[in-house]
Design a protein around this ligand. Structure first.
Ligand code: ADP
Ligand code: MG
Ligand code: MG
Length: 310
């Protein structure tokens, strides 16, 4: 059993998917706990190997190379994640769209490289989730045009966090925290009190805009301060508005609280694109989902349920 009189806390931080990840949990057996840590690290790396757009050998890269030529048969895991991605595209009227990548891959944030207007105009129409066709009976994916490319950066880390929490739950762990970049999920409590999770100030990394006592929840933040460069006072960052093919400029930071990390991840990216008005309207219509947003002027907004629980 994971709990018991001898339970202690274990934690491990590591790098994966181009970001920092962390696992923290309570367990009564040191050797078992170390085994679980290794399993969590392996799981994150496995998902990265399968879904990274930067690795030629990944399943995702194969899809991007071949899916416009003929349907590509994919693993049930990737198929389900594509299904969920399309679900969020329909839910957000295309604000969430993994095919942002047809334009998105032309950005290099480290090299301050971005597509020019002509490239954006040419490719914008191929940011369109309806061009991604899934066939459940064959577990295959097909793109209706060779310019369609996909990237799971807006949902993959949330998926990885959910998978790791499942590994811990199956092993009987009751109290745990898993984080990858802006995506976290926690189960249970931290030594008889709730977890406190801070949300970074989008313009001052030493400040928090909120520090929330939480339990049994997933929390994801999308920010324009993670990957960006500035040119002539314009901030070119990694969240693309599918309607314009350019960075979404209404929001500095968007946080979602939800029951699972895949949902929180996809919706944080979505409301970042939708902006305060449409984003909050969406969230206020969803039971079990809350939001905290900072708009481009630095003004804070919270969803109805959070406002009334204060
Ligand atoms: P983080 O990378 O910190 O987890 P997000 O979850 O918001 O932040 O994901 C941002 C990533 O989502 C981008 O780096 C890109 O890979 C992907 N992305 C960008 N724009 C969109 C979009 N409109 N829909 C879906 N995914 C997107
Ligand atoms: Mg996201
Ligand atoms: Mg994310």
């Amino acid at each position: 059993l994971a709990q018991g009189v001898n339970a202690q806390w274990f934690n491990h931080s590591f790098e994966v998917m181009g970001t920092q990840a962390k696992v923290e949990f309570e367990h009564s057996d040191e050797a078992e706990a170390q085994k679980l840590i290794a399993q969590v690290v392996d799981e994150m790396h496995r998902i990265d190997r399968a879904m990274s757009p930067y690795k030629e050998s990944s399943e995702l890269s194969k899809v991007n190379r071949e899916a416009a030529i003929k349907p590509v048969v994919i693993t049930p895991e990737l198929f389900q994640l594509l299904q969920r991605s399309l679900y969020f595209s329909r839910l957000t009227n295309g604000a969430f769209d993994i095919s942002f990548s047809s334009v998105g891959y032309l950005y290099d944030y480290r090299e301050s490289k971005r597509p020019d207007e002509k490239q954006i105009t040419e490719l914008k129409d191929y940011i369109d989730y309806r061009r991604i066709q899934l066939d459940e009976s064959k577990s295959s994916v097909f793109f209706t045009d060779k310019r369609v490319k996909i990237d799971l950066g807006g949902i993959g880390k949330g998926h990885a966090v959910d998978r790791c929490i499942q590994i811990l739950q199956k092993a009987g762990v009751k109290n745990a925290y898993v984080n990858s970049g802006g995506d976290s999920r926690l189960i249970g409590k931290k030594a008889d009190r709730l977890w406190y999770i801070g949300i970074k100030h989008p313009r001052d990394e030493n400040k928090l805009i909120a520090n929330l006592p939480l339990e049994e929840i997933s929390l994801s933040t999308s920010g324009d301060y993670e990957r960006f460069f500035e040119e002539d006072g314009v901030r070119y960052h990694h969240i693309i508005d599918p309607k314009t093919g350019k960075s979404a400029w209404e929001i500095q930071s968007a946080t979602i609280l939800a029951n699972d990390s895949t949902t929180a991840d996809a919706l944080s990216t979505s409301i970042f694109v939708l902006g305060v008005e449409k984003g909050m309207a969406l969230v206020n219509n969803m039971p079990d989902v809350s939001a905290i947003m900072v708009n481009k002027h630095g003004k804070l907004f919270i969803s109805k349920d959070l406002a009334s629980s204060n």
